[in-house]
Design a protein around this ligand. Structure first.
Ligand code: SF4
Length: 381
């Protein structure tokens, strides 16, 4: 297929596809799926070989958020029966992080619900980072604390945070329909504050919230312009008790097409398979390893993932290897941080993709987290 040959050539040159090409990937048929995966897999292997970076989430503060992000089980008014607790103590967070590191994670992501941290919260996180790095010197720490105020990014960097996560989640045009308590521009600004403070930026999206193909391409092109080092791709987990509980829009095939599109647009960036992979990709998860070079190990913030050991077996069975702590994730030209893309600007007009088929809801696969951080039970790692 000419489209795929072109996209592979562009990906190997780190050249930005046109919007039309990105949309065309999303519009490919299920019959073409393996060709699409094979093509994007060539780009993945060029920049990341067969390595898979493992990341481990520690939810420092769960639930009770005053913001209204429709996709989130921790939002204002959420009826989802999730764990709710306030800040973990540094020793508790360090213990949870250690489980992830022992399972093979090289990055620990410290996440807290809320609009953004107070300066006292930054003090808390500073102590938590110290506690984790005392035990695991080499571990990368990513903080995800919401919108940052002036000076907080610099404080987190000085405390030893290697990276900061703040997702764009969806296109600018649809953002107001998903969240009303803050704006898309607020999110962009926080990512830029993290970059300016010298942290590696992590920013991604959530697919499956009822967006169009054009919205997906918009947000991925916006991410490319923002130039984060890592792009987590979440697939909506439609929690009962949230406004998007009935949004079951994804098939495994569509999820793979979305990941392939992200890889073509962000060829040399750490593309991470994030929340919702078990729910939407299901038994097709190993194919996604040909597209992404990073996954979360174990459980998510408020839901349970598959067993950490099953993740490790899946990686080995699919012929991939867990990336070691001494290996630099990003290709050499990006490893120093900052933009190194050789891309031009998008040129071609966009077109709408076909309306995706509506899959059956798999509510049986949504499992609220009842173990690990904030509980007396052992974490999954
Ligand atoms: S995504 Fe973050 S800011 Fe939005 S409701 Fe959930 S915890 Fe709050």
């Amino acid at each position: 297929m000419d489209l795929l040959n072109t996209l592979v050539e562009k990906g190997l040159r780190r050249e930005l596809p046109t919007r039309e090409e990105a949309l065309a990937v999303l519009a490919t048929s299920d019959d073409e799926l393996l060709d699409v995966v094979a093509a994007a897999g060539k780009v993945r292997r060029q920049w990341f070989g067969r390595r898979v970076k493992l990341n481990y989430l520690v939810n420092l503060k769960s639930g009770l958020c005053p913001e209204d992000c429709s996709y989130c089980s921790q939002r204002l008014g959420s009826k989802a029966e999730i764990l709710k607790y306030t800040w973990l103590k540094p020793a508790e967070a360090s213990k949870a992080a250690a489980a992830g590191v022992a399972g093979g994670a090289k990055r620990v992501c410290l996440v807290a619900s809320g609009r953004g941290p107070t300066d006292k919260d930054v003090d808390r996180v500073t102590k938590t980072i110290e506690a984790i790095k005392d035990e695991n010197e080499d571990v990368e720490i990513c903080a995800c604390l919401g919108l940052l105020s002036d000076g907080q990014a610099e404080r987190l960097r000085a405390a030893g945070a290697d990276a900061y996560n703040h997702n764009l989640n969806t296109s600018e045009a649809t953002y107001g329909g998903i969240t009303t308590t803050h704006t898309y521009a607020d999110r962009v600004e926080t990512v830029q504050q993290a970059q300016a403070a010298g942290m590696s930026a992590c920013s991604g999206l959530i697919a499956g919230m009822g967006e169009t193909d054009a919205d997906l391409v918009d947000v991925v092109f916006a991410l490319r312009e923002l130039d984060p080092d890592s792009v987590p791709v979440n697939f909506l987990i439609p929690f009962e008790g949230t406004p998007l509980a009935k949004e079951w829009n994804l098939t495994p095939q569509r999820a793979l097409r979305i990941l392939a599109m992200v890889r073509f647009v962000c060829p040399d960036v750490e593309v991470r398979l994030a929340g919702g992979r078990e729910v939407h990709l299901r038994t097709m998860q190993p194919l996604a390893l040909h597209l992404v070079n990073s996954i979360f190990l174990g459980d998510y913030l408020t839901s349970e993932g598959q067993a950490g050991q099953a993740d490790l077996e899946m990686i080995a069975d699919a012929g991939f290897e867990v990336e070691g702590s001494q290996t630099t994730t990003l290709p050499e030209h990006r490893a120093g941080g900052g933009c190194a893309s050789a891309c031009g600007e998008p040129a071609a007009p966009e077109s709408e993709g076909e309306t995706p088929e509506i899959p059956a809801a798999r509510t049986d696969l949504v499992s609220v987290r009842r173990r690990g951080a904030g509980t007396d039970l052992a974490p999954n790692a």
